[in-house]
Design a protein around this ligand. Structure first.
Ligand SMILES: [Fe+2]
Ligand SMILES: [Fe+2]
Length: 245
């Protein structure tokens, strides 16, 4: 396995590794600025591959912030390995994430962010949105980079295989196909449809992203607002109707 690095927006780098057993990509995103920020660490067992990818962009020791959505191994499994190679680095996550897991798990204390809090990393600002159960998990949150309008959307828009780094159409179709294909698999019920799922998607769409940075699958450049609204409809049809039993 080897990480493939692509600049998907100015100073926003996608570090993508295709895992031959899972048959999906695990993508991390590095935003280069005075205080470099990385979204997702990837699996602990893939850490040397991820680190080699980071090293093609910056000196990994300069990494300052490590963000992720929710506590799962592809989101933050290699957090402590990264904290070790980057002595100034600190995890940034939701308040729930810090209290419930990361305060205990991380070898250095994380910085817990309030809903809508802005993290300044130099010339760039990252807005944190607490999004419980979107894409899944109580501690979920997502980051929006305001200058390039890049939305770091974790598992939203998931699609499998090893597709191209960046597409300009079809991201919702791919997400819909993946959800339909998964309805009989053990992973089918990944998103609980709650009384606030719809309003969370509305809130994300209002960010009007220009680029969607997906953890699994191609990133998307285009009308992010419309893509999120369309995805919200697919999610409602799939998870909001009780049709999966
Ligand atoms: Fe996840
Ligand atoms: Fe994931």
């Amino acid at each position: 396995m080897k990480a493939k690095v692509t600049e998907i927006a100015s100073d926003v780098y996608r570090i993508s590794t295709f895992h031959p057993e899972y048959r999906i990509q695990f993508n991390q995103f590095l935003i280069k600025d005075d205080e470099p920020f990385m979204m997702h660490t990837g699996f602990k067992k893939m850490f040397p591959i991820t680190l080699a990818g980071v090293a093609t962009i910056i000196d990994p020791a300069k990494l300052r912030w490590i963000g992720f959505s929710h506590f799962e191994s592809d989101e933050c499994g290699a957090l402590n390995e990264l904290l070790e190679v980057a002595p100034r680095a600190q995890a940034v996550c939701s308040i729930v994430g810090a209290m419930v897991t990361v305060n205990d798990f991380a070898d250095r204390p994380p910085r817990a962010l309030n809903d809508n809090e802005v993290l300044e990393i130099g010339s760039r600002r990252l807005r944190f949105l607490a999004t419980p159960h979107v894409p899944h998990a109580w501690d979920a949150g997502l980051f929006f980079e305001e200058t390039e309008r890049t939305f770091l959307c974790s598992d939203l828009f998931f699609h499998p295989a090893d597709p191209e780094p960046l597409i300009e159409s079809g991201v919702v179709d791919r997400a819909r196909e993946s959800m339909m294909a998964a309805v009989t698999s053990p992973l089918a019920k990944e998103m609980p449809y709650t009384p606030y799922t719809e309003s969370t998607f509305q809130r994300l769409a209002a960010l009007e992203p220009q680029t969607l940075a997906l953890m699994h699958g191609s990133s998307f450049h285009g009308d992010g607002r419309q893509a999120i609204l369309d995805l919200a409809n697919v999610v409602k049809e799939t998870f909001g109707t009780g049709s999966i039993t």
